[in-house]
Design a protein around this ligand. Structure first.
Ligand code: SF4
Length: 334
């Protein structure tokens, strides 16, 4: 690459003209920026926006989040997945509350529960203007291509090298703009497949484009295998309530969430015709209770349960209950 300052200027100029208008880009409140960064981990921007706006309306400050019931925080998060993020967010809000204000240094932000190197650098640079480079998946892809680097970007030593490279390229006077620009370039132009090099502000400095390797990079080893699982969930209904069970605190995932039962939990129950099907992607001490159909909007429900209840609602809109003989209903989930 040619001069670092030419790179910084071209990148930031492009960003200022082309950046997407996202709600967390309209604030410098560290709490709101931190919330957006936690929500954006493993989750697409379009999916995060309504959650972010709803969450901030309900919990506009760390103080409100710190004193909320965990069940309410989880229900505000329901559907975003990776629920440990919500639990850590609340733990961190309580620590912030105890400290009296949001931490202002990289190390103090990094020490909050659920905050790793990337999030600490993002919040430190965007909210406080501190010179810490970020390295998310988008930034790593851009850097690997700029340097025509064919190493496995998932390998820890390569990750460390890319982090050091990002730090070397960082515009220390404008770290917030630089970091956001590098990630935005990866998200909108330097795409994983078929990068839009003709629209790239730093194409002249890109060694992969020069070498013709830009479509083969970056190299990523150890891709996670996908497993397909078929599940059946059962809707047992008593007037305006349905039977649900709650995951215990010792469960490996979705602790404290309410779910529809599966047939093996209800020995002796005969299943009726399937109500419907849906697909859901996801990366035991149980107790049951009747949950009113109105109440289930206020308790944390897993995504599969919400989808199954949506199938029930659609079916009942077409065929209201109470007309004709009682029916057993079930929903097939995969
Ligand atoms: S020229 Fe193409 S491959 Fe290189 S950084 Fe720009 S978009 Fe990515």
């Amino acid at each position: 690459m040619n001069s670092i300052s030419a790179f910084q200027n071209a990148l930031i100029r492009w960003y200022e003209r082309n950046k997407r208008d996202l709600p967390w880009r309209r604030t410098v409140d560290p709490y709101a920026i931190w919330l957006s960064e936690i929500m954006l981990q493993q989750t697409r921007v379009a999916a995060v926006i309504p959650y972010y706006e709803r969450f901030l309306r309900r919990f506009p400050t760390p103080a409100g989040l710190a004193k909320a019931a965990e069940a309410e925080v989880l229900s505000m998060w329901a559907g975003l997945g990776y629920y440990s993020r919500a639990r850590n967010l609340q733990k961190a809000a309580r620590e912030i509350q105890a400290q009296g204000s949001f931490p202002k240094s990289y190390d103090a932000i990094r020490a909050l529960p659920g905050v790793g190197d990337y999030t600490a650098a993002a919040v430190a640079s965007i909210a406080f203007g501190l010179p810490h480079a970020v390295l998310d998946g988008n930034a790593a892809r851009v850097l690997a291509r700029l340097d025509d680097d064919g190493s496995d970007i998932k390998a820890s030593p390569v990750r460390r090298r890319l982090q050091a490279r990002a730090q070397e390229l960082l515009d220390r006077k404008r770290p917030s703009l630089f970091n956001q620009a590098l990630m935005e370039l990866g998200a909108t132009v330097c795409l994983p497949r078929q990068p839009l090099c003709a629209a790239c502000p730093v194409a002249k400095m890109c060694l992969a484009l020069e070498a013709g390797t830009h479509n083969e990079l970056p190299v990523k080893g150890g891709q996670t295998a996908v497993h397909y699982v078929e599940r059946i969930v059962v809707i047992v209904r008593k007037r305006e309530s349905i039977l649900m069970w709650r995951r215990g605190q010792d469960e490996p995932r979705l602790k404290g969430f309410w779910e529809l039962p599966e047939p093996h939990m209800l020995p002796g129950v005969r299943l009726a015709e399937p109500l419907g099907e849906f697909r859901h992607s996801i990366t035991n001490h149980r107790w049951f209770r009747w949950v009113s159909l109105k109440e289930n909007a206020r308790i944390p429900l897993s995504t599969t349960t919400r989808k199954a209840l949506a199938v029930l609602r659609r079916t009942e809109e077409k065929n209201p209950p109470g007309k004709g003989p009682p029916q057993r209903r079930r929903v097939v989930v995969d």
